[in-house]
Design a protein around this ligand. Structure first.
Ligand code: UDX
Length: 448
């Protein structure tokens, strides 16, 4: 089939390359000429494992191409995906849909023959209706259907998630459009990924509900971690004990510094706004968003406590900046709040991240010293903090680390290590939700 992907960012590029790998003929469109030029030269503007090879092999096979011209490809397309950005609008948290609507207008003018227009971007409930109205107004003659097809891709695992999805959600009740979408996803369907044909608004809400629920699950285990620290329980074992119940499941129960990224923070806020607008406020999601914001800041307090109550004039080594491993994405990363709070407390920050430092430089205060690896980062540090659980932080040489530091203090905000392993090396070690009560005095051994 002929597919056009409008928007060659994180979602559009991954989706376009994967559709091409299914055998479809895909044209990725983007307004940014520089991005198109780079893509034509095989340069990928985002860090996503496996994407460069996937793009290159499909471009070489002639199934995947890039252009800034939208009209030409759309006039030939069976399906046109809108995969443009829907950032949170500054201030009120609503999703900014101006790029979606601009794409809809451009697509309208170029339609020729029956075409399925698919909103792939995460859009508030009812956006598909507005896209349909815009196109119908401009082209009352055109034969088209607007379908919602939300993505459930995790950064760093996007290709895997696209090719082996738990489900494919198709939001339309028009049989002809359902048939086109079944053809688009046939290779997956043959892999027995269930296709869910539901209404457009239902599909739009499903995406928000799924992300908000995952954010809730993470925030729940983070709160259990705080309780574990007080009662002397181990949150990882609590998560295991919960997760073995197949009604709960073990995923997304890893306690940490709070969720970040380009989706959970934005999507929870958009859902909160929609629910408030329709007079059915979601107090659970409102609380999740608020608790998560506070948690990121609270993590700095954990570091300050480990340093004896003050970090003024102390050098803190921050290991990991991105919101999760295997991405270069710094959007809403917990490190942003943690570094800022530590600097507010007078700390001097050294930082290392294998992929995120370029983006971080534009988002963090300029006084941060960026290092080439973990060992350079801890040189002369009074304390170190693991903020992102990159694999390269999982087997550090702590004898070498200790020798490089002024004082051997480690705050492990991702529970990468076992406490006894690090304390055995002479470190003061703080973690998340694995506090050990000192049996006789009722306070935690590591802060005694
Ligand atoms: C998420 C959804 O998983 C995906 O389905 C949706 O399409 C886009 O948003 P993503 O934001 O890329 O994907 O990353 P994800 O792996 O979900 O992690 C989001 C945040 O939650 C990260 O900051 C991560 O560190 C945190 N997290 C995740 C936890 O703190 N604990 C967990 O157990 C899982």
């Amino acid at each position: 089939m002929k597919i056009v992907m409008v928007g060659s960012g994180y979602v559009g590029l991954v989706s376009g390359a994967c559709f091409a790998d299914f055998g479809h003929e895909v044209v990725c469109v983007d307004k940014m000429e520089s991005k198109i030029t780079a893509l034509k030269q095989g340069e990928i503007p985002i860090f996503e494992p496996g994407l460069a090879d996937l793009v290159r092999s499909n471009a070489e096979a002639g199934r995947l191409s890039f252009t800034a011209d939208l009209a030409g490809p759309v006039s030939q397309a069976d399906a046109v995906f809108i995969a443009v950005g829907t950032p949170s609008r500054r201030g009120d948290g609503f999703a900014d849909l101006s790029y979606v609507y601009a794409a809809a207008r451009e697509i309208a003018h170029a339609l020729d023959g029956y075409t399925v227009i698919v909103t792939k971007s995460t859009v508030p409930v009812g956006t598909g209706d507005e896209v349909e109205r815009i196109i119908r107004e401009l082209r009352p003659d055109a034969e088209f259907e607007v379908v919602s097809n939300p993505e459930f891709l995790r950064e760093g695992a996007a290709i895997e998630d696209f090719k082996r999805p738990d489900r494919i959600v198709i939001g339309t009740e028009e049989l002809r459009a359902q048939a086109v979408m079944a053809d688009v996803y046939r290779p997956l369907y043959l892999n027995s990924a269930p296709i869910l044909n539901i209404s457009r608004r239902t599909a739009e809400l499903t995406k928000y509900a799924a992300n908000a629920f995952l954010a809730t699950k993470i925030t729940f285990i983070n709160e259990m971690a705080d309780l574990c620290e007080q009662v002397g329980a181990n949150v990882q074992d609590v998560a295991r004990g919960m997760g073995l119940d197949n009604r709960i499941g073990g995923k997304f129960l890893h306690a940490g510094p709070g969720y970040g990224g380009s989706c959970f923070p934005k999507d929870t806020l958009a859902l909160i706004k929609t629910a408030q607008d329709y007079g059915t406020p979601s107090r659970i999601v409102e609380t999740v968003a608020s608790v998560n914001d506070q948690r990121k800041r609270a993590m700095a307090k954990k570091v300050v406590a480990a340093c004896g109550g003050s970090v003024r004039g102390k050098t803190i080594a921050v290991l990991g900046l991105t919101f999760k491993p295997n991405t270069d994405d710094m959007r809403d990363a917990p490190s942003l709040a943690i570094v800022t709070a530590l600097q507010d407390g007078g700390a001097i920050i050294r930082a290392f991240d294998p992929e995120g430092m370029e983006q971080a430089k534009a988002m963090l205060p300029s006084e941060v010293t960026y290092c080439k690896d973990a060992y350079e980062c801890v040189e002369g540090a009074d304390a170190a903090v693991i903020v992102t659980e990159w694999n390269i932080f999982r087997a550090l040489d702590f004898d070498r680390i200790k020798a490089a530091m002024v004082t051997p203090i480690l705050a492990d905000l991702r529970n990468v290590y076992r406490a006894e392993q690090i304390r055995g090396k002479g470190f003061t070690y703080v973690d998340i939700g694995r506090g050990v009560m000192a049996p006789d005095v009722g306070i935690r051994a590591d802060v005694a």
